[in-house]
Design a protein around this ligand. Structure first.
Ligand code: HEM
Length: 464
């Protein structure tokens, strides 16, 4: 039986604090838990997980939610090989992204990570900034067309904008027909990856049929064949201009074994970058915009910074990123309050001890990043939106803040995502004032990622 609780924020707190997931305080049975998981994975986190270093229980098998930085370091770094990604993670993602970097373990993971790491070097990421600036500019122009007239769902806008970026740096074909087909296929692909079934959550093996999966087999197949075509065409082209992620991965090789990725491996990893990187970056921006509209003082301070760096009506570029520390702090704080990967999990292989508690082989280890980032032992007034927490990064305790994970399996695209988020947020704040729309607050719901259910509806006024 899982320990469950329910504490809703009272109305005065609601005005003072941005939206949060109501965590639960009453024990629930298995079916209620499963239903809750399907609607919002985070709603099964017991409220005490924001006050304790570890919470354990049993549902089908033993589980432990870990919020203690030292124990998290043990899981993600010191005793990494004892904690492979859980069956749940694999069941969810494998049909979509195969044995790619995100899912593979051991040697299969190691050689792919070594091969892909240089692709995300700071020079390569900076070289891709113009793609991000162009997408930010297009987004600002779309918002300008709607500004002052009606409420805008900024979450939809962020999804479109980050999709523009990731599609341009992966499978961008030459002709517009090819481009549209690639986009449509990728969209179908992402929708497939986000289909969570109860069988996945209960860690049923992958051969067990999931109804939703059967329906989308076809679109998966089409995506794969389109992706393979783009890869094979690119192989024959002479390199021109700034290399994108596909170009870089095509020439990449494992420095240890000289092994290169074949077409299927390239395709699986590029699709992984899209699935792991597109929506997560859009979410960090959507939540950051919501928070800026929630706290106008912060928004004004951010706009002041941006306008003093960019001047009026300019689009942010790679060179500006370093000069926008407050924008970065807003993104950091948005990732703390609403981490897109709000919960990750592992399976223990052998006996271990975490926070003085015995861990047995087969135990499920849950890393509830959402609860870690709101844990009262680690953060002062954790539900409050305060970008100044990140003024001095060194004061943030390592392993207490894990929006990108940590250790050898830390997100490979973190600097790509941060650069993109800073460029887009700065460009938008330079040009518009955003305000909340009464009665249309987003609801934080985590299915595969922590999304603003209902959208982020804001009004935008051009800043004179
Ligand atoms: C704000 C945006 C992002 C967030 C919050 C995020 C979060 C994460 C987290 C938490 C992990 C570790 C998962 C675990 O340990 O179980 C991860 C891994 C990963 N991410 Fe990201 N990510 C973001 C953007 C990106 C981007 C832009 C890309 C690629 C273009 C990317 C590609 C990957 C890959 C390939 C892995 C697996 C790395 C490995 O296991 O070696 N992510 N991400």
């Amino acid at each position: 039986m899982l320990i469950m609780t329910s504490s809703t924020l009272d109305s005065s707190k609601q005005q003072q604090y941005p939206v949060a997931v109501p965590l639960v305080t009453q024990p629930w049975g298995i079916w209620r838990t499963l239903q809750a998981v399907r609607r919002n994975v985070l709603s099964i986190i017991p409220e005490i997980a924001t006050r304790q270093p570890i919470v354990s229980g049993k549902m089908v098998r033993r589980w432990h939610m870990v919020m203690d930085p030292d124990a998290l370091r043990q899981i993600l770094l010191e005793n990494l090989s004892n904690y492979p990604k859980s069956e749940v993670t694999k069941n969810l993602l494998e049909p979509a992204i195969g044995e790619s970097l995100f899912i593979a373990e051991g040697d299969q993971w190691r050689w792919q990570r070594r091969t892909a790491a240089p692709v995300f070097s700071s020079r390569n990421v900076q070289n891709l900034a113009p793609v991000m600036s162009k997408a930010a500019d297009r987004c600002a122009n779309r918002i300008a067309d709607m500004a002052g007239k009606r409420a805008i769902n900024l979450h939809d806008e962020m999804i479109t904008t980050t999709f523009d970026v990731i599609a341009d740096v992966t499978f961008s074909g030459d002709g517009s027909f090819q481009r549209d087909r690639v986009h449509a296929a990728i969209e179908a692909y992402i929708a497939q990856a986000a289909k969570v079934s109860v069988f996945d959550i209960l860690a049923f093996p992958n051969w067990f049929p999931r109804p939703a999966r059967l329906v989308s087999e076809l679109s998966l197949k089409e995506t794969k064949s389109i992706a393979d075509k783009v890869i094979n065409e690119r192989r024959l082209q002479k390199p021109s201009g700034v290399p994108d992620l596909l170009d870089l991965l095509l020439v990449g090789e494992d420095p240890k074994t000289s092994r290169k990725m074949n077409t299927a491996e390239l395709r699986e990893n590029l699709l992984t970058f899209i699935v792991a990187g597109h929506e997560t970056t859009a979410l960090s921006l959507s939540w950051a915009l919501y928070l800026c509209a929630f706290n106008l003082e912060v928004q004004d301070r951010a706009r002041h910074e941006v306008q003093s760096v960019l001047g009026a009506d300019r689009t942010a570029s790679a060179a500006d990123v370093e000069k926008l520390p407050f924008i970065r702090q807003i993104i950091d704080e948005a990732l703390r309050l609403y981490p897109p990967a709000g919960m990750i999990s592992r399976t223990a292989l052998a006996d271990d001890v975490l926070c003085g508690r015995k861990i047995r082989p087969g135990d499920m280890i849950i890393l509830p990043i959402y609860a870690l980032h709101r844990n009262h032992l680690l953060w002062r007034d954790p539900d409050a939106f305060r970008p100044d927490r990140f003024t001095d990064r060194k004061s943030v305790r390592r392993y207490a803040y894990l929006p990108f994970g940590d250790g050898p399996r830390i997100c490979i695209g973190a600097s790509f995502a941060l650069q993109e988020a800073i460029i887009i947020l700065a460009t938008l704040l330079a040009r518009f004032r955003f305000s909340l729309v009464a009665g249309r607050n987003p609801e934080p719901i985590m299915i595969l990622t922590l999304r603003p259910s209902g959208g982020v509806w804001l009004t935008a006024e051009p800043d004179p």
